[in-house]
Design a protein around this ligand. Structure first.
Ligand code: ADP
Length: 177
């Protein structure tokens, strides 16, 4: 058995789930894209929690491929899980780091008892990862790593129709059951 994977076209800050994954940058101090949207919608408590984490553990930044949780502020969620995606490289294979973002986020979610988790398309914005390749890695990794004993649903939230279609094609290719 595998965890149900659900695709939604929309805004990740509007999801009602236990944990929302943020495509953060290593500073944990906010940025553009998903990161900016989460901090705007969730309010200052999330940033305050990020600053505490930075001071306590991640003064040099959260390493690429790792994940940490904070409160979710005003979001309709209990936790935000911040993970740092790799920047796309045409000369280096960084797939393992992108897979690690998904695995680590799920590990942190499971530790917190978060049974529903929403992921954005990590690394496909400012970090320029080609959507079809990112979708292949994201879907495969979540299918392999999400234990159905831990999760009721993993949701990919795609901002636009084009990204939704790419993820839908990937789910169809890899099989949904
Ligand atoms: P990264 O720096 O990891 O590339 P970005 O936040 O720049 O992260 O973009 C990741 C993906 O999230 C892109 O496909 C972008 O279109 C999408 N995105 C941006 N804002 C939102 C949002 N509010 N909800 C869902 N997806 C979003």
């Amino acid at each position: 058995m595998t965890v149900p994977l659900v695709l939604v076209q929309g805004d990740i800050t509007r999801q009602r789930v236990d944990a929302v994954v943020n495509a953060a940058n290593s500073s944990l101090l906010g940025g553009g894209g998903v990161d900016g949207a989460i901090h705007r919608a969730g309010g200052p408590e999330i940033l305050a929690d990020c600053r505490r984490l930075r001071a306590a553990r991640y003064g040099k930044g959260l390493p690429t491929g790792r994940a940490v949780a904070t409160v979710a502020g005003r979001l309709d969620a209990r936790h935000v899980i911040h993970t740092v995606g790799p920047v796309w490289s045409a000369t280096q294979d960084r797939s393992e780091l992108l897979a690690s973002c998904h695995r680590e986020s799920l590990r942190v979610a499971a530790e917190l008892g978060a049974r529903t988790v929403a992921f954005p398309a990590i690394s496909t914005g400012v970090y320029r990862w080609p959507l079809d390749d990112a979708a292949r890695i994201a879907v495969r990794t979540v299918r392999e790593a999400a234990d159905p004993a831990d999760f009721d649903e993993v949701r990919f939230v795609l901002f636009d129709r084009a990204a939704y279609d790419v993820f839908a094609a990937e789910l169809a290719t890899q099989g949904e059951g």
